[in-house]
Structure formats: structure tokens, C-alpha cells
Design a protein. Sequence first.
Length: 324
Amino acid sequence: MRKLVPALAVVMAAGCGYTGDPLPPLANIPAVVSDLSAIQRGNRIIVHLTLPVMTTEGYPIKGEVMLDLRIGPLPTPFQYAVWEPTTTRVTEPPIEKGSATYTIPSDAWAGRDAAIGVRVIGANGKASAWSALAVLPVVPPPETPRSVQAEATASGVRVAWQAAGMLFRVFRRSGTENFTPVGESPQSPYTDTSAEFGKMYVYRIQTIVKLAGNREAESEPSEDVAITPIDKFPPAAPAGLRVTAAPNTIELSWDANAEPDLSGYRIYRSTDGGPFERIAEISTLPTYSDKAVERGKTYRYAITAFDQAGNESERSAPGEAMLE
């Protein structure tokens, strides 16, 4: 019988599966919100967050969850146990595509730091830990820019507005694009030098108040203003015209124009004091050889520049030479 005992033990062990201590049940506690953010816009505090999709144990959250978002004063030194009893719970907004955006009136917090935190409550009633707090210094609402205007200039779209403030952010969109910041200015106006002629743009302005800790408050957006800038702006008149008589030609050269949309130059000539007449249209190379000249006559020249829209500049200062 003693020889059968080891074999019997092996058979029993093979049929039992896991023989360790039983696994504890899952706690199913939602993970902590990791991207809580807050900004003051006008007389509102806008809070945004993304809901976690996993539990603290790394499993997907089952069932619907609720949000418990609180706002309260910031105790010094900070402790969650001191902060939580002083907070006010904010009504939960609709949850859309796994995120939520709260809107909280800011008037009651003007001149104070508002400390905002959130926790997630699972369908089983278990709550996550509090998120890291979003601490927001609240200021009187920045003034919303008004009377916004946009006009085309030779250097870009000039946007002007009226509002008190020390910094303004200019937003722009084109077509179906979203508004994106295009620049900042300490005062009105701002010129958008990246705008293209013939393309429709919509602009809006916000007043920005810089705060400690690299934070800021912003006004409500201004009304939108739309413009399709049209190029009606000629290039500058060419400068530095030099006229030199050669054996059988008169050579012209001048300083190149710097306009990015320059298309070419036009050459005007006067013979023996007569009226100026256009004798040539050339590319952007700032030189020209006039071979249609006769000895003994005096020739005066002037140059204009023209752009891709067909706008022509004033004439340059004239230069003259005689072919002897």
C-alpha cells in the first residue's frame, strides 16, 4: 500500500487546478481624473475634464458613472480634509463623448483663489480619489472687445477694436476651419501679415489678463468680423535708376523691388524731350538694354513695377543718356 500513496497524490494534484488562496473580489474603484483644467472667461469659470475609462486595478469601468465636482477656497497649508468641507458641489453637466464641461459663475470668487477638484463615482457607489486641484485666481471680468473692424492693407489685414486692457489675442478662421490664435497685441490695431489676398477670413478678439503661475483670464469673444481682402495696392516705385550709354545701346539698371507678389517691370522712354511712352514690359530682373536708339538723340527713361494682381506703381525718378 505504501507504493500507491505517491501515485494517488499526483492524481489528486492534477485534478484540482489552482490550490492557492482565493483571489479577493475586485474593488472596481474608478481611476482619478488626470486632466482637470479651469479658465476664467468673462464672468464664468469654464472647467473641463475627461472621464477615466479604467478602474484603479486596470479593468474597464462597468456601468454609468457620476461626477462630484467641487469649488471652494484654497486653505493654507492645503489639505483635502480641510478643503472638502468648505466646498460647494457644482451641478453635473451632460457627459458627451467621454468628457464634461462645467460653467460656474465667477462673481462670488472675484479677488480670491478658487480651488476646484473632482472625483468619479462608479455605478457601485465607490468614488475615486480627488483629482489634483485646479487653482484659479479669479479677477473682475476682462472687457469684451467691441466695434471690431477689418480692412485690407498692403501689408495684410488690419484688425481694429475697442476695449480696455493690456493684452489682446486675435483669432482667425478661414472656410470651415476652427478659430485659431493668429497673434497678440498690447493694443488695437493688429495687422495679420500672413493673410492672403482673395481668401475669406473671419476674425474675433479676446482681452487677456496675465496671472501668476503662468495662468491667464480671458474676456468673452468679440463679435466676428469677416473680410475677403482684395489686392488694390501697387508696388513701390522702383528706385536707384542708372542709365548708361554703350556703343550701340543704352543700358538701364535699378534696385530690385522687394514685394513678394512682384510680377515685373515696365520701361518708359522719352526722346528729345517728348512724352514718355511704354517701350517694354520685362520680368523681375532689374536690368534692360535699349537697342532701338539713334546717335545724337537724348533719351530719358522711367521704370514702373507691377504685381500679380496687375497693380502698377508710380514711375521711378527719371534718368537720361545720349548715344553719341
